[in-house]
Design a protein around this ligand. Structure first.
Ligand code: ADP
Length: 588
C-alpha cells in the first residue's frame, strides 16, 4: 500500500475534495441502507404483535420507496465523480509514458519491443488507474460500511449476536492473502503473453509485404494462433483464480449467517431479541458481505496494479543516454563546425567495434560525402551525430560544444535527416511535407519539390499536392518516396542536413541533378551525404571513405582519384557500368 502514497500521493491530494464528497455521500447512503431493514423489522414485529394498521403500513412503504429514489441519486452522483478519477489518472499515465518513450535514444528501442511498450501503454496504465476508481470504492466500502453495519448490528439488535457472527470473518482475510498472491503471479504472466501477442501483431503489420512475397501467410497465421492461444491460456488461469475468489468468500459468509441464525433463534427463545430484530440483523449481515467482497476486490486491484507498476518501472528505469543531466546544458543556434576527435564506438548488444578512432573536421557550408561498403559504419556515424546514441567520451563537438551538452530538442531543431528507410505517413503529399514545417506556404512546398526534381511528376497527378500517398507512401514509387523524404527535410531549411543513402532508387541523371540543386540551394549550410554512388559526389567539398569502421581515404573527388585507392576503383567501376547501361538503352 505504501507504494501508492509514495508514487501517487500527488494524485490522491489533487482529488481530496472529490474524495471527501464521495465519502460524505457514502455515509449518507449507508445510513439509509441501515434504516430500511430497521423499518422492515418493525413492520414484521407489528404484524406478529397484531399492532399494524393500514395507515402505518402505507406510511412505512412510502418511506421505503422515497428512500430508494434518494439512494439511486446518491450512488449516481458518487459513481460519476469516483470513476472520473480513474479515467483522469489513466490519461495522465498514458501521456507521461508516451512522452518518456518518444524521448528515448535508439538503445532503448533496440532493447524494448514495440508490442511490450504497447502493452505498457494500454493495459498497465489502465490497471494502475483502477486504484483510483475501484480501489478507492473498495477502501470506502471497507472503512465506512463495515463500522456502520457493525454499529447498527450492536445498537439495533444485540452485541453478543454481532460478536458471534463475526467469528468466521478472519478466514476471509487468510484466503484473500493467498489467492491475492496467486492473482498477482497469474496477472504478470497474462500481461507478458499479451505483450508477445502485441509484438507479433506489430511485426506482422509492418512486415506484411515480406510475408506476402515469401508466401508466409499460413505460417504467420499459425504463429499468431500460438501466441493468442498463450494469451487465452493465461487468461483462463487468471479467471480460474478469480472464479475461486468470490465463492470462497460466499462460503465463509454463509457459515457466518448460519451461526447467527442458530444463536439468534436461541436469543429469541430467551426473549433477548424479537423475530423482527433477527430479520433486521440478517439484512445487516448480508450487507456486510459487500465490504468483504470489496476487500477481495481491493486485493485484486492492488495486486494487478502493483504488477503493472513494476513492469512500467522497469521501462522507466532505463536511463536516458543522450543527455548527461549533471553536465552543463548549452544551447546552439548555428552549426559552425563539427569535430570528431578519436571517436570509437560499439553497440552494447554487439561487442565488435563499429567505428574506430574516427577524427575529422567539417566546416559550416561544407558538402561532405561519406562512402564505404555496406556495414562499414556510415549510418552509425550519422546516428551518433543525431544524438541517437550517447557519445560516452565527448568525442563529438558541434560548434566547439560536446554534443552531450546540447539539449536534444534544441539540437534536433537545427538538423534535417533523411533515413535510408525513408518514413512517410498516410495522408497527402502536402501533409507529409508540412510535417517538417507546418507554416510553409504553397510556393515553398513547390520550391522544395522542384529542388528534388519531383514537382514535374506531382503537377500531373489528379490531386496535385493533395494526392493521398497511402499508408507509408505505398502509392508512390520508391524513387518518389525518397525524393519526397528529401523535400520534407529541405522544407525545414536545416543548418545541418544528414542524408543516409537517400537516392538509391533514383536514376543517376536525376540523382546528379538533385545533388547539384542541393549544392546551390544550401550554400552556407552544411550537408553530409552517405552514399554508395561516387558519381554524385564529384562536387563534394570533402569525401571520407570508411572501411570496417575506419577512415581509410579522405580528400576531394579529384584528390581521391589521384590516390588510386578503393574510391578510385569503385568510381571507375560505376562509371563503366553506367556507360554500359546507357549503351544498352540506346541499342534498344
Ligand atoms: P552502413 O551504414 O555503412 O551500412 P551501419 O552503420 O549500418 O553500416 O553498420 C555498421 C555495423 O554496425 C554493422 O556491422 C552492423 O551490423 C552494426 N550495427 C548497426 N546497427 C546496429 C544495432 N542497432 N545494434 C548492433 N549492431 C548494429
Amino acid at each position: 500500500m505504501n507504494w501508492i502514497f509514495h508514487k501517487y500521493g500527488w494524485f490522491l491530494k489533487s482529488i481530496l475534495a472529490i474524495e471527501v464528497l464521495v465519502i460524505s455521500l457514502m455515509i449518507f447512503e449507508n445510513a439509509i441502507i441501515i434504516y430500511i431493514p430497521f423499518i422492515l423489522g418493525n413492520i414484521l414485529d407489528s404484524i406478529l404483535n397484531g399492532t399494524l394498521t393500514t395507515n402505518s403500513l402505507k406510511l412505512e412503504t412510502t418511506k421505503i420507496i422515497t428512500l430508494s429514489f434518494i439512494l439511486f441519486l446518491i450512488s449516481f452522483i458518487w459513481g460519476k465523480y469516483l470513476f472520473r478519477n480513474s479515467i483522469l489518472l489513466e490519461k495522465l499515465l498514458k501521456g507521461k509514458f508516451n512522452k518518456f518513450v518518444l524521448s528515448r535514444d535508439l538503445h532503448f528501442f533496440n532493447k524494448n519491443k514495440s508490442g511490450d511498450l504497447l502493452t505498457n501503454l494500454n493495459n498497465d496504465t489502465q490497471s494502475i488507474s483502477h486504484i483510483m476508481g475501484e480501489g478507492i470504492l473498495s477502501v470506502n466500502n471497507i472503512m465506512i460500511t463495515t463500522p456502520m453495519y457493525i454499529f447498527a448490528m450492536i445498537y439495533f439488535v444485540d452485541w453478543r449476536l454481532t460478536l458471534v457472527s463475526l467469528i468466521p470473518l478472519p478466514l476471509i482475510a487468510i484466503s484473500i492473502h493467498y489467492l491475492g498472491k496467486l492473482i498477482n503471479k497469474r496477472a504478470s504472466s497474462m500481461f507478458q503473453s499479451f505483450g508477445k501477442m502485441n509484438n507479433h501483431i506489430v511485426d506482422s503489420i509492418t512486415g506484411m509485404k515480406v510475408i506476402r512475397s515469401t508466401v508466409n501467410e499460413e505460417k504467420n497465421i499459425d504463429a499468431f494462433r500460438h501466441v493468442s492461444y498463450e494469451v487465452a491460456k493465461e487468461n483462463k488461469k487468471l479467471s480460474l483464480i478469480n472464479a475461486m475468489f468470490w465463492p470462497s468468500i460466499s462460503i465463509i459468509m454463509g457459515v457466518s449467517l448460519a451461526i447467527s441464525l442458530i444463536y439468534g433463534t436461541y436469543l429469541i427463545i430467551n426473549g433477548t431479541i424479537t423475530i423482527g430484530e433477527l430479520v433486521t440483523f440478517t439484512f445487516y449481515q448480508a450487507q456486510l458481505s459487500f465490504p468483504m467482497f470489496a476487500f477481495g476486490s481491493l486485493v485484486n486491484t492492488l495486486q494487478s496494479a502493483k504488477a503493472s507498476d513494476d513492469r512500467m518501472d522497469q521501462v522507466y528505469q532505463q536511463s536516458y543516454n543522450n543527455e548527461n543531466d549533471n553536465k552543463e546544458i548549452r544551447n546552439l543556434n548555428q552549426v559552425q563546425s563539427i569535430n570528431f576527435n578519436n571517436l570509437t564506438f560499439n553497440y552494447p548488444s554487439n561487442n565488435t567495434t563499429v567505428l574506430k578512432d574516427i577524427s575529422f573536421k567539417i566546416l559550416e557550408g561544407d558538402m561532405i560525402g561519406i562512402v564505404g561498403k555496406t556495414g562499414s559504419g556510415k549510418s552509425t556515424l550519422l546516428q551518433l551525430l543525431l544524438k541517437s546514441y550517447s557519445d560516452p567520451a565527448n568525442n563529438i563537438l558541434v560548434s566547439g560544444i560536446p554534443i552531450n551538452e546540447i539539449p536534444i530538442s534544441n539540437y534536433l531543431e537545427l538538423i534535417g535527416y533523411v533515413p535510408q528507410d525513408h518514413i512517410l505517413f498516410s495522408g497527402s503529399i502536402e501533409d507529409n511535407l508540412k510535417y517538417a514545417n507546418g507554416k510553409a506556404n504553397q510556393e515553398e512546398l513547390i520550391s522544395v519539390l522542384k529542388l528534388v526534381c519531383l514537382w514535374d511528376e506531382i503537377m500531373f497527378m489528379d490531386q496535385g499536392l493533395r494526392t493521398l500517398i497511402g499508408e507509408r507512401g505505398t502509392k508512390l514509387s520508391g524513387g518518389q518516396q525518397q525524393r519526397l523524404s528529401i523535400a520534407r527535410a529541405l522544407l525545414k531549411d536545416p543548418e545541418l542536413l544528414l542524408l543516409d543513402d537517400p537516392l538509391s532508387a533514383v536514376d543517376i541523371h536525376t540523382a546528379e541533378q538533385i545533388i547539384n540543386n542541393l549544392k546551390k540551394y544550401r550554400q552556407g549550410k552544411t550537408t553530409i551525404l552517405c552514399t554508395h554512388r561516387m558519381e554524385i559526389l564529384e562536387d563534394a567539398d570533402k569525401i571520407f571513405v570508411l572501411d570496417n569502421g575506419e577512415i581509410i581515404e579522405k580528400g576531394s573527388h579529384l584528390e581521391l582519384l589521384n590516390q588510386e585507392g578503393w574510391y578510385m576503383q569503385q568510381y571507375m567501376k560505376q562509371k563503366l557500368q553506367n556507360k554500359l547501361l546507357n549503351f544498352e538503352d540506346k541499342e534498344f
